[in-house]
Design a protein around this ligand. Sequence first.
Ligand code: GUN
Length: 292
Amino acid sequence: MILIDGKKVSAELKSAIRDEVTQRSILGLKQPHLAAILVGNDGGSETYVAAKVKDCHEVGFQSTLIRFSDNVAQSELMDAIDKLNRDPSVDGFIVQLPLPRHINENSIIEAIDPSKDVDGFHPLNIGKMALGLPSYLPATPSGILQLIDYYKIETSGRHCVIIGRSNIVGTPLSILLSRKSSPGNCTVTLCHSQTKGLKEICLQADILIAALGKPAFLTGDMVKQGAVIIDVGTTRVPSLTTKSGFRLSGDVNFEEAAPKCSFITPVPGGVGPMTRIVLLQNTLKAAGEKRR
Ligand code: GUN
């Protein structure tokens, strides 16, 4: 069994980004600039956004964090997005999800200028992705493809089973892995909460991707001998042994599944660090396309 080391791969990619930022400054080009909108005080979102800001600092990007309280009006958020769309100093920006229930998330995403949508969530970018046209790819699917590529895992002609059909992971991943590309060319089965016979389907998978957000859902008896397992789950569960009082749990029962796998991603240290890198890659790309 080979443990897929997302920390190591992301460190290498991060160093390449830092080098490119240095090259840009030698050429007299400005620092890439990523902005983030954060609404409320959700612990998970706070942690993720703080990590994104720290990443920017480490690779030499400029970053701007715009905060709103939980009771922000939709129109206030729309105004902030409009400002970022029109601000030539900002190359790309994200609105951290989830948003409070009174906010229409789809309208917010659609208000983002697609050329600054470094999360790749705008319908135009999703549509381009589906057609195989150049676009900003969503972070988690792109990070997974880069891990598969780095470890030279064969995908062509293989059966990939994805559990979870979210807009930001399962659905785009099912499109990317079934495209005529490398990595890609898989036969993809996209499973979800209404799927019947899930265990039998999983047992047919050469590549099994768990992205449903249920800790330790995928048990050893659902895994074919020699399968590749990608665990996208990052659920905070209470823990008595950590200072923070919680730990991150993946969607895979690692102890049961790992002995059967050819490759497996750990949680933490697998997919998570790659997700953060893609945001930096997309921002660098956005800065490059603006040629400033
Ligand atoms: N919430 C969970 N993952 C993400 C992400 O990749 N981008 C944004 N904007 N919000 C998220």
